[in-house]
Design a protein around this ligand. Sequence first.
Ligand code: RP5
Length: 166
Amino acid sequence: MDSIKVGILMGSDSDITKMNKAAEILDHFGVRYFMTVASAHRTPERVIEIARRAEAEGWKILITGAGMAAHLAGFVAAHTVIPVVGVPMDSSSLGGIDALLSTVQMPGGIPVACMGLGSSGAKNAGLFAVEMLASFDSDLRQKLKDYRVEQKKSIEEKAAVIENQR
Ligand code: RP5
C-alpha cells in the first residue's frame, strides 16, 4: 500500500461535510491520506502530535479546515515545515469572513496557502495538493490533465442541453 501523502485536519466534526470534498478529490486521484478532527484551541496537544507524526512519516502536504477564529492552519504551520493549505469554513454567523481573514493573514515567516471558503475551497485544497504532488509524479500530472478534459466535456455537454432547450 502507498504511504500517506496528505493529512486532512478539521477543527470540528461539524466541518466534515465540507472537508469531505478534499477527501473525494484525493480518492479520485488515488492519493492516500489521513483524515481526522483536531482543534487548535480544544485539543492543541493532539494537533502537535499529528504535526510530529506527519514529519516523522514523511507526509507531503497538510490540509486544514476550520471556522470562526480559525487558527488551526497557522497553529499546524507553526509545528512543521510541511506545506499547509488552509480552508476557511463558512460556519459562523459572519458567513466565514472571520475564518477567511484568520487563515489568509498569516504574519510573515510562517506561510499558509489559503483556499476559498467552504466546500469549493476544500475541493480546491484537494486539487492543489494533487498538483503539488504531481510536480514530482508524471502519472499524477497526466491524471490532472485528464481531469481538466473531463471537466471541459461536462460543461460543453451541459451547455448543449441548455442551448437545445431554447
Ligand atoms: C471551529 O469552530 C470549527 O472548525 C468549526 O468550523 C467551528 C464551530 O465548531 P463547533 O462548535 O461546531 O464544534 O473550531
